[in-house]
Design a protein around this ligand. Structure first.
Ligand code: AWU
Length: 467
């Protein structure tokens, strides 16, 4: 690729998950608009396919291709019989294939090394599962920055646990994990990787140059951002929420038109969205309890449902209580495929969001001022859910000993946010207030990030010129 000598080049390299690729891509678009950076965006062909569509629409909106200097660079993953190329992403990946994708990704390090040598960028921005990318850059005197796509609360909690060996001294006890949730956390990194790099998750912080980028908002996480800076001894720079605005315009396919038309017929704040991210599948028992809870609370709802299909279950109806779809006709819409979540959350009829509390979902919901009804599943999600409750912007659904949220608990939590104008109006007020702060912060954060990266590129460029 022709290198534009007037601009500093940045190679951006996210982990293959949809919810990592898109925050990296939103940051890439923000940086490329500044005319001082040329971005190389590296991922698998499976991810670049969905990026390309988004990028072309972005270029159309910018009306000037020169404004948008982003080149897509394909990462070649080693062939694997269990993992055909269309599975080189976590979007809709069967859960049992995630460890195989993780391992195959680790084996792509030599392919990445060739890209790094060919492009010789002024800066590398890398992600959670590939500290080896930063080490390769270091060996070529290329500075690298770790960009964390989860929040500062979970990262400061995990870093405190890693450094101090116990959560009992964590300074913010409103954030905690139950024993079950701690066990889930240990499942984050496949054992073979954890062994390979002792402080795996925190090797990223050490390898990063003077700053670490984090997808976060000072309005929501200031004290956690500050504490994480102390723990990792780096300047932690929030990027702002990086909500996929373009996704809102790009999702104009027939299916999303039907959803938006259906929403337009509902009263303001009257409808709850239910969605559990791009990766997670709920067990049938939890699906059934959510369905019963929606019947009990009589609210309007849009449910983007994905579940572990029983071998013999061929139809959605087989997974839901008998007659459920008929009984909710008119007030409930069950969507069994990918839907424009950010666009739905931006609609004025949405009054609450039953979410697994994945970090991008949290950022999108609060950015649009929608209170969260938390049903966290694993990883950082329990901490994200408690963060939202601590901020007064949501409630957490009560859970039984078996880890399942009963219909009664689901209905109670939804009513607390959607149905009663009593004290709970405060939850909506807090969420909308925080959303306004996040919108104000967005441009300020983008400028701060660009200034920090420019400083590092200049130092790197001057350094290279001196050699
Ligand atoms: C960082 C890490 O990402 C993971 O990804 P996951 O996809 O589960 O969730 P989100 O981060 O909410 O990301 C999901 C993203 O997919 C979008 N979406 C999803 C379903 C759909 O039908 N339509 C959509 O547009 C949604 O708008 C969001 O942008 C884990 O949660 C982890 O806990 C989290 O911290």
């Amino acid at each position: 690729m022709e290198k534009d000598e007037t601009k500093f080049t940045i190679l951006m390299f996210p982990w293959l998950a949809y919810s990592h690729v898109f925050p990296f891509f939103e940051l890439a678009k923000s940086l490329s608009k500044r005319r001082t950076f040329h971005i190389y965006f590296c991922s698998s062909a499976a991810n670049l396919g969905s990026i390309e569509n988004n990028l072309n629409n972005h270029k159309l909106r910018c009306n000037d291709d020169d404004d948008v200097s982003i080149d897509l660079v394909e990462l070649q993953l080693p062939p694997s019989p269990q993992l055909p190329p269309h599975f080189h992403t976590t979007k809709n990946l069967p859960p049992n294939l995630v460890p195989i994708l993780l391992q195959t990704f680790q084996e792509s390090s030599s392919s990445f090394s060739r890209i790094l040598i060919d492009l010789k960028p002024d800066l590398l921005i890398y992600d959670f599962f590939q500290p080896w990318a930063a080490k390769q850059a270091l060996s070529l005197s290329i500075p690298s920055i770790y960009f964390a796509t989860a929040g500062a609360a979970p990262f400061s909690y995990f870093h405190h646990l890693h450094t101090h060996g116990s959560a009992s001294t964590f300074p913010y006890q409103e954030i905690y994990l139950s024993d079950r949730e701690k066990a889930d956390l240990n499942a984050v990194v496949a054992p073979e990787i954890k062994d390979a790099d002792q402080d795996f998750a925190f090797g990223n912080f050490k390898l990063s140059c003077d700053i670490v980028l984090i997808k976060s908002s000072k309005g929501l996480e200031q004290k956690y951002i500050d504490y994480l800076s102390v723990l990792c001894r780096k300047k932690v720079v929030p990027t702002g929420p990086l909500v996929q605005e373009s996704n809102i315009k790009d999702d104009d396919d027939d299916e999303s038109e039907v959803i938006m038309q259906w929403l337009s017929e509902k009263d303001r704040f009257s409808t709850v969205l239910i969605c559990f991210g791009s990766e997670h599948l709920l067990p049938k028992e939890q699906i059934v309890e959510i369905a019963k809870g929606l019947e009990q609370c009589c609210t309007n709802f849009i449910w983007i449902v994905r579940f572990i299909m029983d071998e013999n279950a061929l139809r959605l109806e087989d997974e839901l209580p008998e007659g459920f779809l008929e009984r909710v006709e008119g007030r409930g819409l069950v969507v069994q495929k990918w839907a424009p979540q950010a666009k739905i959350l931006s609609h004025p009829s949405i009054g609450g969001f039953v979410s697994h509390c994945g970090w991008s979902s949290i950022m999108e919901s609060l950015y649009f001022g929608v209170p969260i009804i938390a049903l966290p599943i694993k990883f950082d999600q329990p901490i994200n859910g408690r963060l939202v409750v601590e901020a007064g912007c949501g409630v957490e659904i009560g859970r039984g000993e078996n880890g399942i949220c009963s219909a009664e608990e689901v209905a109670k939590a939804i009513k607390k946010v959607i149905m009663e104008d009593s004290g709970e109006g405060l939850i909506r007020y807090n969420a909308r207030n925080l959303g306004e702060k996040m919108k104000t912060e967005k441009e300020i954060a983008a400028n701060e990030v660009a200034e920090e990266l420019l400083l590092i590129c200049k130092k790197s460029k001057q350094h290279a010129d001196k050699i």
